[in-house]
Design a protein around this ligand. Structure first.
Ligand code: UD1
Length: 371
């Protein structure tokens, strides 16, 4: 008997949060017989601390191709990824392309794949912030409009796609692959020495991350946020691992990080952390202040209070059922929320439906077995 032909599946990752999302998919596809998985890194994130260390921490193999298309403006970056991904598609000729999240790499590769007639799956489909000033919202809308299979992580995603008139048979509610990674890594996270290395005590610090253009691209806004963080560090240690975009904007605006560190010894500004160490910092934090999408979900799963410095969220389940609170752009509002949690205010959370560590398995079942 002739063996079944191999199903070739290309998995695309470009940025730090993408690596976290593709790792469980990589495992789920690799475990299948008659499936060949080809991992492609677009190179959108290229710093060692934003990329290499994540491959190591998440047990991802060396990508088969690196398109080295990082840096540059959105249009140039998207165009460079498209051009190089198209060439690689000629070589691989896959049956499926799977993209995750809402970054420029997600849109660029899905456009190329769909135009080539390759079945294209979008993991984390249907999320909407309803704010078209966010580059991610454009990436989400455009990717969902063209992809063949849409894998949804929370109920709002289903509602949004239905409202947009997407055919029911394209949509699959499967849960959250980012949480798959968190569940999988629990044992390594437990043994991480991240707290000791920064001389922090369990529940006695705030973990903060900032990288959205709305908070860090305007120098006046960035300075206001930094002043607020410095003030907060007089009350409780604050850990702030700096995203390259934030670091570069601080440097451009003439901020003196050395002086900041010496005047505010409880403000621990660090390089970006690897996945395991960051998750350890998250698990031990009293609370989180962020503008990240993924952190809103991870704090909800862990039951840690999270104040989000954004006007909106595309992940409303983290508010309805989780521990997330939107402060908008008002630092006064954020201060009130932070006070409440530092003074012992509790949050009650439910783990959202299907955030159980098995989303990638469900996706593989649909893509490989057809249901
Ligand atoms: C991107 C995503 C954002 C995601 C974030 C996670 C888009 C539109 N945005 O934002 O949704 O939340 O990743 O981190 O895709 N840079 C480096 N080293 C790196 C990566 C970037 O120095 O490893 C620099 C780039 O050269 C650029 C800036 O940081 O100047 C921004 O990088 P870019 O990938 O365009 O967007 P992010 O802000 O990282």
């Amino acid at each position: 008997m002739k063996p079944d032909p191999m199903q070739k599946i290309v998995l695309v990752a470009g940025t730090r949060p993408n690596f976290v999302k593709v790792a469980p998919l990589w495992r789920a596809f690799s475990q299948r017989e008659n499936v060949e998985v080809v991992l492609i890194h677009t190179g959108q994130h290229y710093d060692e601390a934003m990329s290499r260390v994540f491959f190591d921490d998440l047990g991802l193999p060396e990508p088969a191709f690196n398109l080295n298309a990082g840096g540059k403006s959105h249009a140039r970056q998207t165009a460079a990824i498209m051009e190089r991904f198209d060439e690689v598609m000629d070589q691989i000729r896959p049956d499926d392309v799977v993209v995750v999240g809402d970054v420029n790499s997600t849109l660029a590769c899905s456009l190329v794949a769909v135009k080539r007639g390759i079945r294209t799956s979008h993991v984390e489909a249907g999320l909407r912030s309803f704010d078209r000033a966010m580059p991610e919202e454009i990436n989400r809308l455009a990717t969902d409009a063209i992809a063949d299979l849409l894998f949804v992580s929370e109920p709002s995603g289903l509602k949004n796609l239905q409202r947009e008139g997407v055919a029911e048979d394209k949509i699959h509610f499967v849960g959250n692959v980012m949480i798959d990674s968190l569940v999988y890594a629990q044992e390594s996270i437990r043994t991480s020495r991240a707290l000791e290395s920064l001389r922090l005590k369990e529940r006695e610090y705030v973990l903060m991350t900032l990288h959205r253009p709305s908070n860090v691209d305007d120098s006046v806004r960035l300075q206001q946020v930094m002043d607020w963080i410095m003030g907060l560090s007089l009350r409780i240690p604050v850990v702030l691992p700096l995203h390259p975009r934030t670091l570069s904007n601080l440097e451009k605006s003439g901020s003196d990080l050395v002086k900041m560190r010496s005047e505010y010894p409880n403000l621990k500004i660090t390089a970006p952390r690897g996945y395991i160490d960051f998750q350890r910092l998250l698990k031990g934090a009293r609370m989180v202040v962020t503008d990240s999408g993924g952190l809103q979900e991870e704090t909800t799963w862990l039951g840690i209070p999270c104040v989000t410095l954004r006007e909106n969220t595309e992940r409303p389940v983290t508010i309805d059922q989780g521990t997330n609170f939107l402060a908008g752009s008002s630092l006064k509002e954020a201060s009130g929320m932070v006070d409440r949690f530092l003074n012992g205010g509790m949050t009650i959370n439910d783990k959202p439906d299907l955030w159980d560590g098995r989303a990638a398995e469900r996706i593989a079942k649909i893509i490989v077995d057809g249901g």
